[in-house]
Design a protein around this ligand. Structure first.
Ligand code: GUN
Length: 281
């Protein structure tokens, strides 16, 4: 059994991004730029946003971080996003989710042009992925593809099970694996006899937000298990996988923390770099 270090894979990719950001700056006279908008005071969301801003600094990007109090009129936020959409010196725009109650997420996200949608959440970017013509792909599933690649495993023909069907992780994950020639099953809260699927899976990706949900008896010997969960239990971070039970059966497994988590922001930086290059080159 080998533990896949998201930290190590992530550090390698960030080195490359840093180099590319330098070349970009030499060629275009400015660094790639990411704008992040956060509304309200959810502590976890603020931690994620701070890490995104730190990530930008680490690879030499310019970042803009706009914080709004819960209760700020939606049109004020909308105007700001529209300004960023027009701004030639902004390459990526990200609205941190979830938004507080009362805000129209669909409307605010619709103001981000596809070319600056570094989260890959827009209907166009989602649709292009499902047609196997990917433009910008959702960061977490994209990071998982890099982690799978780091194991050197041939994905073609593998049975892959994705547990969770969110628009941000489960669905794009399934599409990426399908595009990589896996046979993909998407399981969710209404799936009957989940184990009958997971026991036959060469690759299991769990993204449901339930601490230690995937148990040892549910996985096949030699499986690759990817844990997307970030659950806080008694002040500790715990994944969706019961690591102690599952790890001994795996060929590869991601830990929590230090697995998928570090990759998500790295992919955001990569998507921002690519958006910058596509717009200007
Ligand atoms: N909230 C949790 N994960 C994400 C993400 O990947 N992007 C955005 N915009 N919000 C999030």
């Amino acid at each position: 059994m080998e533990i896949i270090s998201g930290k190590a894979v992530s550090a390698d990719i960030r080195q490359d991004i840093k180099q590319d950001a330098l070349s970009f700056k030499e060629r275009f006279g400015r660094a790639p730029a990411l704008a992040v908008i956060i509304v309200g005071d959810d502590p976890a969301s603020h931690t994620y946003v701070n890490n995104k801003i730190k990530g930008c600094a680490e690879v030499g990007f310019r970042s803009i971080c706009q914080k709004y109090a819960n209760g700020t009129p939606q049109e004020e936020i909308a105007s700001f996003i529209k300004g960023l959409a027009q701004d030639e010196e902004v390459d990526g725009i990200l609205v941190q989710l979830p938004l507080p109650k009362g805000y129209d997420e669909k409307y605010l996200l619709s103001l981000i042009p596809d070319s600056k949608d570094v989260d890959g959440f827009s209907p166009t970017n989602t649709g292009l992925l499902s047609m196997n013509r990917p433009n910008t792909v959702s960061c977490t599933p994209l990071g998982i593809m890099h982690l799978l690649a780091s194991t050197g495993t041939q994905l073609k023909g593998k049975n892959a099970v994705v547990i969770g069907r969110s628009n941000t992780v489960g669905k794009p994950m399934a599409m990426l694996l399908l595009n990589a020639d896996c046979t993909v099953t998407v399981c969710h809260s209404k799936t009957k006899d989940l184990s009958s699927y997971t026991k036959n899976a060469d690759i299991v990706v769990v993204a449901i937000g339930r601490a230690k949900f995937l148990k040892g008896e549910m996985v096949k010997e030699g499986a690759i298990v990817i844990d997307v969960g970030i659950n806080r239990v008694d002040g500790k971070l715990v994944g969706d996988v019961d690591f102690e039970e599952v790890a001994p059966k795996c060929s590869y497994i991601t830990p929590v923390p230090g697995g998928v988590g570090p990759m998500t922001i790295t992919m955001l930086l990569l998507n921002t770099l690519n958006a910058a290059i596509h717009r200007l080159a």
